[in-house]
Design a protein around this ligand. Structure first.
Ligand SMILES: [Zn+2]
Length: 191
């Protein structure tokens, strides 16, 4: 079968026609592999913690132009999640909640720059995992490669995460750290 390079991640994928995500630009063959990886994951491992990293790595590795707000928001939030899980060892479930807080506290998102190419690993690295442990290890390696590719934005992402953690803390400085106090949930998120 004829193959092409995915413009987002550089993966060598089948040249197929098919759907892609509106603001997560990829070759249709790459989006198809992502779908197959998730279906296989669900079937073999249920809903493992590594699922969070798989989705975050894929989305952060396929940034759009930044013209669309949803595109900027997508890259920003998936990088926040990668930072939380990889650097701060936040459990996947808590990372999802943190992500909601970070996104909810902002009205817009900057255009981010990927200065180191797409990273050495792609979604294809997830193919062929022979156990849940192997799947988790592969997800972590891929996610780490994607996170490194955004090194120029690390400080900004860390600051966004730290700011939210402070604002969410009962002993933090909620009002002064939030530009839009009306969106703050009293006492932090209950859920
Ligand atoms: Zn791709």
């Amino acid at each position: 079968m004829h193959e092409v390079w995915c413009s987002g991640c550089g993966a060598h994928v089948a040249d197929v026609s098919g759907p892609t995500h509106r603001y997560v630009p990829s070759a249709p063959g790459c989006w198809q592999v992502f779908g197959e990886v998730q279906a296989d994951e669900m079937q073999r491992f249920g809903y493992p913690p590594a699922h969070r990293l798989v989705v975050d790595a894929y989305m952060a590795q396929h940034p759009g132009t930044g013209e669309d707000r949803r595109d900027r928001q997508s890259v920003f939030s998936h990088l926040v999640a990668l930072c939380a899980v990889l650097e701060q060892s936040v459990p996947a479930g808590s990372a999802t909640r943190l992500l909601g807080l970070v996104v909810g506290s902002r009205t817009d998102f900057p255009v981010l720059t990927r200065s180191h190419g797409p990273g050495a690993l792609t979604v294809r690295h997830m193919l062929g995992a022979d156990s849940l442990d192997d799947y988790g290890a592969r997800a972590r390696d891929w996610a780490q490669a994607v996170w490194q590719s955004w090194a120029a934005e690390h400080e900004m992402i860390r600051a966004a995460l730290a700011g939210t953690a402070v604002a969410d803390s009962p002993r933090g400085e909620p009002a002064t750290r939030r530009r839009h106090a009306t969106t703050a949930r009293p006492g932090g998120a209950a859920r």
